[in-house]
Design a protein around this ligand. Structure first.
Ligand code: TMP
Ligand code: MG
Length: 289
């Protein structure tokens, strides 16, 4: 079926169930299928040559548009809140207000800098961001198969869109819901548009008012891609889910989080910087019979 499922990075609690679900997705056809994916650390790499790769927020933080003092403050926020975000021993209820705090403080700091709309493309060009290996195959397969790709991100939409545009994979089947920058008439950042999307509200509450919400509901077979426990609710807006296959990238604190991820995701990819397994599954599902 899918030889990539034998890769050393793959963990499955119930491999038989996964195989059955993949068969169902193939049998029911691409007209019913959509892919719902997180962006940062799911479609982009977590690390390269032993160095961490940036999130969409980090791309701005590290850019020349931010003063040294601003950068220090943003890094301090990251060091304080990121361990909370991934702490396997704290509940989502406990983390939620703290994530709102992090995003609110970070967005407020960014809005105090003189960030220009016209800086965005250069910021991305000069950054160390990398899409995961195999990204071309991933985006191209979905486009050729007429399968919509919905990117649901708590990162920065303007940056994310620029990354996929520069990689030449921003095809018409791609839809993005994320945090978008709000610029004044001179093209200077003055804030972020609402609703605020953070790690733990990636669900109906922010999707209800989006244009894409209607389209979402028609495709009841879903492949969900994420790297955080917060990504598991991204498909909640689809009313009558028929089959869902959840694939989770386990990037950090692997030992501590393994069991939790294996309970939550059908397929867990441990320290796997590629989209090979996802591409193998898509190849099989999209293959003409
Ligand atoms: P997502 O991958 O679920 O869309 O979440 C975006 C990531 O961005 C999340 O893992 C935390 C991270 N982040 C930063 O790196 N810097 C920031 O300032 C903020 C608010 C979030
Ligand atoms: Mg992520």
């Amino acid at each position: 079926q899918v030889p990539e499922l034998e890769n050393a990075t793959v963990r499955m609690k119930n491999p038989e169930c996964v195989k059955e679900r993949i068969s169902s997705l193939r049998r029911e056809g691409t007209g019913k299928l959509q892919v719902i994916s997180d962006f940062d650390m799911t479609l982009t790499r977590f690390g390269f040559n032993g160095q961490r790769c940036p999130t969409s927020h980090n791309i701005i933080d590290n850019s020349r548009a931010i003063s040294e003092e601003g950068r220090k403050k943003l890094k301090a926020l990251l060091h304080h809140y990121y361990p909370i975000e991934i702490d396997p021993y704290r509940t989502v209820e406990d983390k939620l207000p703290l994530m709102v705090e992090w995003w609110t403080k970070a967005h407020s700091l960014l809005s105090q800098q003189k960030i220009l709309k016209s800086d965005i493309a250069q910021m991305v060009k000069e950054s160390e961001v990398m899409l995961r290996d195999g990204f071309n195959t991933f985006f191209d397969q979905l486009q050729q198969g007429n399968v919509p790709l919905f990117i649901f991100s708590a990162g920065v939409g303007n940056i994310l869109e620029e990354i996929i545009r520069q990689a030449q994979v921003y095809h018409p089947n791609v839809n993005v819901v994320s945090n978008y920058m709000d610029f004044d008439d001179d093209g200077v950042l003055r804030g972020f548009k609402s609703p605020l999307i953070h790690t733990y509200n990636k669900n109906n509450t922010v999707l209800e008012n989006t244009e894409y919400f209607q389209q979402l509901s028609a495709r009841t077979n879903i492949i969900l891609l994420g790297d955080s426990m917060g990504d598991l609710t991204m498909a909640d807006g689809v009313a009558n889910v028929h089959h869902i296959l959840k694939i989770g990238f386990l990037n950090d604190k692997v030992e501590e989080q393994r069991l939790k991820y294996m309970d939550a995701y059908d397929i867990v990819l441990e320290k796997d910087e590629t989209l090979d397994v996802v591409n193998g599954i898509l190849r099989y599902i999209l293959m003409e019979t």
